[in-house]
Design a protein around this ligand. Structure first.
Ligand code: AMP
Length: 284
């Protein structure tokens, strides 16, 4: 596995590969890799000749300074895991490498409601920071295909919009959420859960499944509204949770559902034991 710290050198190397007709797959991450990340790498390897993974804990997408400071760093183990699954190239830039002119936002894309609701409402500035770094990384790597997780549901919708608005020649492939045996969505933040919180954290995915079952045969507006309310009560019943939102939304626009016929997703964000977790599930 080749490791690059310099954008310029990586770009040059990839340009040679592209000139030789090789397809490039890209998996951007913030490290502390788990099987969810590795599933993206494996899919990229099957779809493209060369797979590039980046590890960069992006300061501009953390609205909570403590969350940024506590973000796990397991770089040596990450390298081992990436080698094991056959990742071809790892890009590990410094903050200065990605932001040589400071934290000015050069993306200048207005994502509108998509970025204002849910995570956008609870983590002001998060999506501007995320889109900014993804755009910078896409300009360096110029991948044919970009692999992201549905785990960060709103994020992949916004990146899809970024690609469309910036007319980038990259195809976004969004892949299913990898879960622990009990159903908890894999996340780099899970290592920060103490034993008790880890045990209760599973109730997030259980609530998602509970909602999916409840609306399986009837998705009228009244049923959706009632089920959302009951789902919220179910999760709030576990006193350890501080639920930020539990919402059933249109899966493409994230607007409140207009009818039961559209594609729907239920999304949850909740804190437990000082750790903020998100998860979601498609309902049809
Ligand atoms: P992160 O390192 O958390 O920024 O995530 C990097 C990429 O991995 C994003 O596209 C995430 O959506 C994806 N990802 C994170 N957790 C999972 C998971 N449990 N299953 C599948 N993909 C995931």
């Amino acid at each position: 596995m080749l490791i690059f710290e310099s954008s310029k050198k990586l770009k040059k190397h990839l340009n040679t590969l592209k000139a030789n007709g090789l397809t490039i797959g890209f998996v951007p991450t913030m490290g502390a890799l788990h099987d969810g990340h590795l599933s993206l790498i494996k899919t990229s390897k099957r779809a493209c000749k060369v797979t590039v993974c980046s590890i960069f804990v992006n300061p501009t997408q953390f609205n909570d300074k403590k969350d940024f400071e506590k973000y796990p760093n397991t770089i040596e183990n990450d390298k081992k895991l990436l080698k094991k699954v056959g990742c071809d190239i790892l890009f590990v830039p410094s903050v200065h490498e990605m932001y040589p002119n400071g934290f000015v936002n050069g993306t200048q894309v207005d994502f509108g409601f998509l970025a204002q609701t849910l995570e956008g409402e609870h983590r002001p500035g998060h999506f501007d920071g995320m889109a900014q770094i993804v755009y910078k990384l896409l300009k360096v790597v110029g991948p044919h295909q970009l692999f992201m997780g549905l785990k960060d549901y709103q994020q992949q919708l916004i990146v899809s919009e970024l690609i469309r608005k910036k007319r980038l020649a990259t195809r976004l492939v969004a892949l299913d959420t990898k879960r622990e045996k009990d159903g908890l969505a894999m996340s780099s933040r899970n290592v920060r859960l103490d034993k008790k919180s880890r045990k209760t954290a599973v109730e997030i995915s259980k609530t998602l499944k509970w909602i999916k079952n409840k609306v399986a045969r009837n998705k009228t507006k009244a049923v959706l509204t009632l089920t959302q309310q009951l789902g919220l009560e179910r999760l709030n019943g576990f006193k350890a949770f501080e639920v930020e939102y539990l919402e059933i939304r249109n899966a493409k626009t994230l607007q409140a559902p207009a009818s039961g016929r559209e594609k729907l997703v239920v999304l949850i964000a909740a804190k437990i034991g000082g750790v903020r977790l998100i998860d979601n599930m498609l309902l049809n």
